[in-house]
Design a protein around this ligand. Structure first.
Ligand code: TTP
Ligand code: MG
Length: 458
């Protein structure tokens, strides 16, 4: 493609009608919402063990230098006053659903990118003539429904919309009109541009290219020689704000996996374990090419008599770590109670997460024993323990931030547990902030409970 043709692609859309929304410090903001005593205070969410990694830091903790993907120990040193909390994915998913559904009122075309982020094509809805008004309304609506701040950027392309929402953070709304695009883009550092990773940025730095303006001065052949043909063409376009990608309701994959029917039925622990490994290898290859990690691993087993069982294992947090996923696949297969000849084995990954690889490594101490869940379609045969329903809080299963309930004191969250002494704050989304209280778990048992989550019908 010659440069003229490349530039033509930019004329696809003439108005700034691509909207990008991204919640501010999402996990930490949900924690501050659900835990009133933490509002306005530094919060770190992530692995809480000695080798844990930060998933996100509240803006109060960011002011002290704490960041996503930093080791938790370093973040704690930078922000010693921070509350350090273990992630509660159930709560984040519920808040995410609320945000996505509010965005759905703007247009039929909503493309979620991650748990707290989506593109919306305003041309496909009633607000194409008033993008800024639509954005202000939806931000107010999301705040009312969830209490969360979502930053919004609007531009003619996905590239500009995304950069604009970043530039407006926190709690920002920035519309970049087509005529302002160059003024907005040219001074930005190339590292800020989505799609330019650290390796490409380093290669560009060797050409003295640091800003988008520097990048725009590079001829196409220099770029393709430096970073290869397709990345070079891509950089050439990005530098000119050319991004013809449409907002697409992505047929987002719900799962990836692999299965194998054997030419001859197999039996025996070793053979079956080896077969599980081979099927898992294939499933892992597909997961890797999908990108990201998974939280639930399902094993499917068909016996010689054609009865088929599925069993799943849900991990405490999504992971892209092959060893962890493999162990879960074996655990799920064992739960199916293989004792007979097997015709078919399948392994699939569900609850896929784009961020999983960034949250690694979780420390061994962070790994809550996997929950075995019994899929509703699976015959109940007692081979697998059913889903755990009632769990009493103890030193072993305690993680800071988890929800608990007391007979008379009501709902609260775990600060920490030492021996049989639990420190808890009895507060929740619409109570006043509470002081921490120390309870003796023998006298005052506490139940671990699922988060109270916001719902669309109030
Ligand atoms: P982001 O939107 O990248 O980050 P954020 O919402 O915490 O902060 P902001 O958008 O204001 O800059 O990611 C959304 C959530 O995804 C984040 O709250 C936690 C999770 N996450 C990880 O678990 N690991 C990571 O490395 C990153 C970047 C995010
Ligand atoms: Mg965010």
């Amino acid at each position: 493609m010659d440069p003229v043709q490349l530039a033509d692609a930019s004329r696809l859309r003439t108005r700034a009608t691509v909207l990008h929304a991204d919640a501010d410090s999402f996990f930490a903001a949900v924690e501050q919402r659900d835990k009133p005593s933490l509002r306005g205070r530094p919060v770190l969410v992530g692995g809480t063990g000695p080798r844990g990694v930060v998933s996100t830091a509240s803006y109060e903790a960011r002011r002290a230098g704490a960041r996503s993907a930093m080791s938790m120990s370093r973040a704690r040193r930078l922000s010693p006053a921070a509350a350090v909390l273990y992630p509660r994915f159930e709560a984040y998913s519920a808040y995410s659903r609320m945000i996505m559904s509010a965005l759905g009122t703007l247009s039929e075309l909503v493309e979620p990118l991650s748990i707290d982020e989506a593109f919306v094509d305003l041309e496909a809805g009633p607000f194409a003539d008033d993008p800024a008004g639509a954005a202000a309304d939806v931000r107010a609506r999301i705040r009312e429904l969830t209490g969360l701040a979502v930053s919004i950027g609007i531009g003619r392309t996905k590239l500009v919309a995304k950069l604009a929402s970043d530039a407006g953070k926190p709690d920002g709304l920035l519309v970049v009109e087509p005529a302002q695009e160059d003024d907005f883009l040219l001074p930005l550092p190339v590292r800020a541009v989505p799609g330019i990773g650290p390796a490409t940025a380093a290669a560009l730095e060797r050409l003295d290219v640091r800003t988008v303006a520097d990048l725009r001065r590079q001829p196409l052949d220099i770029l393709t020689m430096t970073v290869g043909e397709s990345s070079g063409v891509n950089l050439f376009r990005l530098a000119r704000g050319i991004d013809p990608r449409p907002v697409a309701v992505s047929g987002e994959r719900k799962s990836v996996g692999a299965e194998r029917t054997f030419a001859q039925d197999i039996f025996g622990t070793d053979l079956i374990a080896a077969a599980i490994d081979r099927v898992t290898d294939e499933a892992l290859r597909r997961l890797t090419s999908h990108g990201g990690g998974a939280r639930t691993v399902v094993a499917k087993v068909r016996f010689a008599d054609f009865t088929t069982l599925t069993r799943s294992v849900t991990l405490a947090q999504p992971t892209a770590e092959p060893a962890e996923l493999r162990a879960a696949a074996h655990q799920a297969a064992r739960a199916a109670g293989i004792s007979d000849s097997v015709r078919l084995l399948g392994v699939s990954f569900h609850n896929l997460s784009a961020h999983a690889q960034l949250t690694l490594p979780w420390d061994a101490e962070d790994v809550v024993p996997a929950v075995l869940d019994d899929p509703p379609d699976a015959p109940v045969d007692g081979a697998a323990g059913g889903p755990e329903t009632l769990r009493l809080l103890s030193e072993e299963n305690a993680r800071p931030g988890l929800d608990v309930e007391h007979d008379t004191l009501g709902r609260g969250w775990v600060v920490h547990v030492r021996g049989r002494q639990a420190t808890v704050r009895f507060e929740s989304v619409d109570t006043p902030p509470a002081r921490s209280q120390v309870l003796d778990l023998d006298a005052d048992p506490l139940l671990l409970v699922p988060p109270l989550t916001p719902t669309l019908d109030g």
